[in-house]
Design a protein around this ligand. Structure first.
Ligand code: DC
Length: 231
């Protein structure tokens, strides 16, 4: 059976990674969370004093980019690949609200995008990949056989993110999470380099009222149709 490339883009907290992982596991494809790579660089910048509440030393980050090595290693127990920064597992550290609140600024830096896009394209060169992000169908894999664009209301997304953070034991406020979701929507959609836009040939799925199972079934059906059409 032919392997295809599946690009899943959309606003933050639309559940892209959940369904992307399910689809990749079902098909035996590689799953790549491209957002984790932007988060890893943000975490590096925070750890190295390049970013704080009112200051972002963009030039220093650009200068240090060659020193930043991001990789993924599959965790058998979790069933997905965790992200490593210079050989340190930082999967947990990159999911905090603090990283979320700075990541859009880092993701707007063209030099950061250039480095990560190259790495992402390399990861997908043999197809059989499901990658989620903001520019996968438009910039990283413009020729992907299947492109999905996921949407849901800001409130629905904030509620999901809030529940995830609470479950992890983080002490967060729903309104702060909603504000972060809205701010990231704005920055991600309005940045100059590779803004979040739906590719012309992407299929839009609004999952505000879909259960995880319904969403998985719907996307799997699209995958099967696409694979059949490619044969
Ligand atoms: O998917 P996520 O919320 O983990 O992504 C974190 C941030 O990274 C998001 O605010 C936008 C940015 N991002 C991006 O610009 N391009 C991608 N392909 C993936 C994420």
């Amino acid at each position: 059976m032919n392997k295809i490339t599946i690009a899943i883009d959309g606003l933050s907290s639309t559940g892209k990674s959940t369904v992307a992982k399910q689809i990749a596991n079902h098909l035996g494809y590689v799953y790549v969370d491209s957002g984790a790579m932007y988060r890893a660089i943000t975490f590096y910048a925070m750890q190295n004093g390049l970013i704080s509440d009112d200051d972002f030393n963009k030039e220093a980050l650009i200068y240090q980019l060659p020193k930043i090595n991001i990789s993924f290693k599959f965790n058998e127990n979790l069933g997905f690949a965790e992200v490593y920064l210079n050989e340190e597992n930082i999967e947990k550290q990159i999911r905090t609200l603090e990283v979320s609140s700075f990541v859009s600024k880092v993701a707007a830096v063209s030099e950061v995008r250039e480095q990560l896009v190259k790495q992402q394209q390399k990861m997908g060169e043999n197809k059989g990949v499901v990658m989620d992000g903001r520019d996968i169908g438009t910039v990283v894999f413009p020729k992907a056989e299947l492109k999905i664009f996921m949407t849901a209301s800001a409130e629905t997304r904030a509620q999901r993110r809030y529940e995830e953070l609470i479950e992890r034991g983080d002490d967060v406020d729903y309104n702060a999470v909603l504000k972060n979701v809205q701010e990231r929507d704005y920055i991600d959609s309005n940045r100059k380099d590779s803004p979040l836009i739906k590719a012309d040939d992407a299929i839009e799925i609004n999952n505000s009222n879909l259960s995880l199972q319904e969403q998985f079934d719907k996307i799997l059906q699209l995958v099967k149709m696409t694979i059949e059409n490619c044969e």
